[in-house]
Design a protein around this ligand. Structure first.
Ligand code: HAM
Length: 547
């Protein structure tokens, strides 16, 4: 049997992984200059955290989450016991069987109570209610059974009670519902509240990077396990300067990695004062044209009319163009905030487009929303999305005054775009790598560079092996990457393998080299060959690294 990665997930192999690391390193460096520190978050959280934060009606929560029940070992045993007891219910005619059934149910009830008290089984109001129901039904069955012992009268009612017991056991929640994180903002807010980060001085500025999980239809740039680099700012101020600074940092990062052709779009979607009235207006307008809309948009008229603005369905575009625009319905405060944001962006020379249809797919946003698109990605061209989410901390039980803004970059898409950019530069310069990458940032340039080893160190036999091991360790100690074959190799074969591995230099150690203390080094790009002593060799290799 041959195993393959499951649909929508993939391996990131060298040399691509080196580019990923450089991109992530650039994010760390840029974000830290803006005062952000890294937060490492769990990969899974209680399902309820995401349902509450992102919104139960969103695509992410209603269709795309990887959710599972986390049962402890004792909960698994209790589950099995429930099944065993309810599998063969006694008949009303057999008193002794009923009595042993009754004993088992009561014992199981006690065990479940204990398991809930100790936290091995979730202690929820629903579970407590189920247990109460079981005991009530058992009592009802007992009194009916005793009265009619040995007769068929009321057998159906008796059977109904036992069925009820089985159903309550079956619907019992034996484990916690957990979900692989589809995004990380909810987790950041959870951590912010859990650790009382609001007690620390100043704004809380956190960044994170890592995998997220959404069960979407896989295609280029859309995966079920994908990666984000994100940052969140939480604090007491919602000043538009903060929004602008977050955007400045984001664009500084894109500049650092050398991403070209990125376009920033912004919008304001109002707040809890002005948005509800706009949403109602939108709903009313959409209801008038309901028949002309597709099934998704029709459904969204009820669940979330704003999301209709997001629609990419070609037939709906002309209709959407005539809908009322939120900019005309913002309250004075939101209008002022949006105007200030634009002033702050102008002050920073940040170019942007306004897009009144930019509403985002997650429910927690208010006021500022933004997205960045990049070339080379086809239909999945959003490399970053974000916005302000001032109400979320309060919604999750933290201080109501907390204001927040943040973004997440899709790392997969960013890397794809950098690689597409590097490939098109190479084509434009008819394969001349050096001129193609001139002018690109080193991160972008490395998108096309093979990550071959620097030195292939061949030894020809006998005592040369020891010298090779010592030299390899010395070079690696200076940060030079060395490939050392475990067996002796003939000169020609060694050179051949070195060039197939993409090595920059081959260093050969034979008996002559050992005797003279001079190593033969060959530059594989042009065949230039030298004989150098150990320290000269090191200096030569180090100077060859400089661009
Ligand atoms: P989002 O727009 O859902 O926002 O995701 C942000 C970015 O993650 C997208 O622009 C895209 O680049 C990438 N992405 C999303 N889904 C996939 C996928 N299936 N495959 C590949 N890439 C994907 C959020 O997640 C918010 N938490 C952003 C945020 C932070 N807002 C405030 N703070």
């Amino acid at each position: 049997m041959k195993f393959q990665a499951i649909k929508g997930v993939r391996d990131i192999l060298p040399p691509d992984s080196a580019l990923w690391n450089r991109v992530e390193q650039a994010a760390r460096e840029v974000f830290e200059t803006y005062g952000y520190g890294e937060i490492r978050l769990p990969i899974f959280e209680p399902t309820e955290l995401f349902a509450r934060s992102i919104g139960a009606e969103t695509d992410v929560v209603s269709k795309e989450m990887y959710t599972f029940e986390d049962r402890s070992r004792s909960a698994a045993e209790l589950t099995q016991r429930c099944e065993e007891i309810t599998q063969n219910p006694p008949s009303i005619r057999d008193a002794s069987l009923f009595i042993s059934y009754q004993r088992s149910v009561l014992a199981l009830g006690e065990n479940l109570k204990r398991a809930m008290a100790s936290g091995q089984v979730p202690r929820t109001a629903e579970n407590e209610q189920r247990l109460r129901k079981v005991l009530e039904l058992l009592e009802a069955a007992e009194s009916l059974g005793l009265k009619n012992l040995g007769e068929d009268v009321d057998a159906a009612t008796f059977g109904g009670y036992l069925k009820g017991i089985a159903e309550n056991f079956k619907s019992f929640q034996f484990g916690d519902s957990l979900t692989l994180r589809p995004e990380a903002t909810a987790s950041v807010v959870r951590a912010y509240i859990e650790h009382g980060l609001y007690n620390r001085p100043g704004n809380t500025k956190l960044y994170y990077m890592g995998p997220m999980f959404r069960r979407e239809r896989p295609q280029k740039g859309r995966y079920r396990q994908f990666y984000q680099i994100g940052a969140e700012l939480l604090g007491s101020s919602d000043h538009a300067a903060l929004d602008a600074e977050v955007l400045e940092m984001l664009l500084a990062f894109f500049a650092r990695v050398g991403l070209q052709g990125a376009i920033l779009s912004i919008n304001s979607i109002g707040d809890k004062n002005c948005r509800p009235a706009y949403v109602e207006l939108l709903r009313a307008e959409l209801t008038k044209v309901r028949d002309k809309l597709g099934p998704d948009s029709q459904r969204r008229i009820e669940t979330n009319p704003l999301r209709v603005l997001d629609s990419k369905v070609p037939d709906e575009q002309a209709i959407i163009a005539t809908l009322p625009r939120i900019a005309d319905h913002l309250c004075a405060e939101c209008k002022e905030h949006y105007a200030k944001l634009q002033d702050e962006l102008a002050l920073r020379d940040i170019a942007y487009q306004e897009n009144w249809r930019l509403v985002r797919g997650l429910d927690y946003y208010m006021r500022t929303t933004f997205e960045i698109t990049a070339p080379g990605l086809g239909s999945q061209d959003a490399v970053c999305g974000g916005g302000r989410y001032d109400g979320l901390v309060e919604l999750l039980g933290g201080p109501a005054t907390t204001k927040c803004i943040g973004f997440a970059i899709g790392t997969d898409r960013l890397v794809l775009s950098l690689q597409a950019q590097a490939a098109s530069s190479l084509n434009a310069s008819s394969g001349a790598v050096s001129s193609a990458i001139a002018g690109m940032s080193s991160v972008a340039a490395s998108a096309s560079a093979p990550a071959g080893v620097e030195v292939f160190l061949a030894w020809l036999g006998g005592a040369t092996y020891h010298a090779a091991v010592v030299l390899a360790r010395r070079l690696r100690g200076q940060g030079i990457s060395v490939e050392l074959p475990p067996v002796a190799m003939k000169f020609g074969k060694a050179l051949n393998l070195a060039s197939r591995l993409g090595a920059r230099h081959a260093v050969i150690i034979g008996e002559d080299e050992l005797a003279s203390g001079q190593f033969t080094v060959k530059r594989l790009a042009d065949g230039e060959q030298k004989k150098l002593s150990g320290s000269d060799l090191l200096a030569y290799l180090l100077s060859a690294r400089k661009p």
